[in-house]
Design a protein around this ligand. Structure first.
Ligand code: AMP
Length: 194
């Protein structure tokens, strides 16, 4: 399994890249943010309002919620097809709490092959998200939320990437480039890592 710890906005050529990875290498893409947004929309969800508040503030939703959504999605995918056991997990782990939750829940059940780190300048990320915001309808695609998200990223997510780096697990890609150029690098990594 490959896990991606992505700063805000870096997933946007990212969306195109993710679908190419899924297509070429047979991974199942699971986005922590998408799972949270789906849960927020689910009628009767006890977490809807809480999730919305965290997302708008650019803060990290408590791990119990995120990990249970991730694990359920992984279990459902494998129950439907036992061959589908490679996951590209996007936007997780995003802080120490996420990491501990992952280790506790997934110990002995999943291997993290590597972390795909899409590195990109903050202003480029903000520009991409603001562009996306013209049609996304996302409550966090505005400058105020994005600046908060960058703050959260620097404070909470970056140290997790550094930790994986020390374990030799980070594969860094310059994500400021075009989709084709970024994907070319991604292919080199996946062809090597399997
Ligand atoms: P994203 O879809 O990756 O852009 O994430 C959007 C928002 O969803 C983040 O700013 C957080 O509020 C929330 N979120 C995404 N991933 C996580 C996570 N791993 N843990 C908690 N909250 C998350």
């Amino acid at each position: 399994m490959a896990a991606g710890a992505l700063p805000p906005g870096q997933a946007r050529p990212g969306r195109a890249i993710q679908s190419r990875i899924v297509e070429k290498y047979g991974y199942t893409h699971l986005s922590a943010g998408d799972l949270l947004r789906d849960e927020r929309k689910r009628p009767g969800s006890q977490y809807g309002e809480l999730i919305e508040n965290y997302i708008k503030e650019g803060e990290i939703v408590p791990v119990e919620i995120t990990i249970s959504l991730l694990k359920r999605a992984m279990d459902q995918t494998m129950a439907a097809n036992s061959q589908k056991n490679k996951f590209l997990i996007d936007g997780f782990p995003r802080n120490e709490d996420n990491l501990q939750g992952w280790n506790k829940t997934m110990d002995g059940k999943a291997d993290v092959s590597f972390v795909l780190f899409f590195d990109c300048d903050n202003e480029i990320c903000i520009g991409r998200c603001l562009e996306r915001g013209k049609s996304s309808g996302r409550s966090d695609d505005n400058r105020e939320s994005l600046e908060k998200r960058i703050h959260t990223y620097l404070q909470s997510t970056r140290p997790i990437i550094d930790l994986y780096e020390r374990m030799g697990k980070v594969r860094k890609v310059d994500a400021s480039k075009s989709v084709d150029e970024v994907f070319e690098k991604v292919v080199q990594i996946f062809d090597k890592e399997g």
